[in-house]
Design a protein around this ligand. Structure first.
Ligand SMILES: C[S@@+](CC[C@H](N)C(=O)[O-])C[C@H]1O[C@@H](n2cnc3c(N)ncnc32)[C@H](O)[C@@H]1O
Length: 219
């Protein structure tokens, strides 16, 4: 049976087929470049061995698996996602790893995990929501960060779609949802201001279409 979407135009609420084959599809569509990019972006995060990381919209756990390489015995990761298909893949990946846990949970409504994190990592999720819902997600991010903790948003950068080379624009419009078109046009430093989240660094990847924005919560 086809699942009804919470947000009909969202591209991050994946079909069953895409969810089941998510990692394979990314590897194929990126001609094998995705893994290298991901390793570089997570290396740039500056994870400390004792960190507690919350990964919102964690998908299959591919990102968590890379982040785990930087954690010591007391570091840990909680992945949060609403999809049972992602939950299955995530839990299978970490069945022998007690530093990683999964919580099935919508991130677009207020929720409470009961523990605050050193890093809240959100990768290729926030662009897929209407802007008022993004504000709820940002509130959730803020509420789950320790004072001085880092919100790491790995997602599309800010860019002018009209200034893109025609082929790039065609691909972006073909694979992305309308919410993403609104996301790339926003000034994210301004969007984050009301949440007392201060941008501390930004790194660009993949022809500067992707950005890791690191933002610090107030003390
Ligand atoms: C494009 S995928 C990105 C997955 C992962 N972060 C990555 O970078 O590989 C978007 C993920 O967000 C999850 N998602 C979408 N809407 C959500 C919601 N309202 N609450 C929680 N997770 C959601 C999807 O199930 C999916 O796993």
């Amino acid at each position: 049976m086809k699942q009804k979407k919470l947000y009909p135009e969202s591209g991050v609420e994946l079909t069953r087929f895409i969810a089941r084959n998510y990692d394979f599809l990314l590897n194929t569509l990126s001609v094998g470049k995705y893994g290298k990019f991901l390793n570089k972006a997570i290396a740039d995060l500056g994870i400390k061995p004792t960190d507690f990381i919350i990964d919102l919209g964690c998908g299959t756990g591919r990102n968590a698996a890379v982040m785990l390489n930087y954690l010591g015995e007391t570091g840990k990761i909680t992945g949060v996602d609403l999809s049972p298909i992602m939950q299955q893949q995530f839990e299978k990946r970490f069945e022998h790893e007690n530093r990683v846990t999964f919580r099935q949970q919508r991130i677009d409504i207020p929720f409470e995990l009961g523990e605050k994190a050193d890093i809240v990592f959100v990768s290729f999720v926030i662009h897929g929501f209407p802007h008022d819902v993004r504000n709820v997600i940002l509130e959730n991010v803020k509420n789950h960060l320790k004072p001085g903790g880092i919100f790491a948003m790995l997602d599309f950068a800010e860019f002018d779609m009209q200034a893109m080379p025609a082929l790039h624009r065609w691909i972006f419009k073909a694979v992305e949802c309308p919410y993403a078109f609104d996301f790339v046009a926003k000034d994210w430093k301004k969007v984050l201001e009301p949440f007392s989240l201060e941008v501390v660094s930004e790194q660009h990847y993949l022809l500067r279409y992707v950005r890791l924005l690191e933002v610090k919560a107030g003390q």
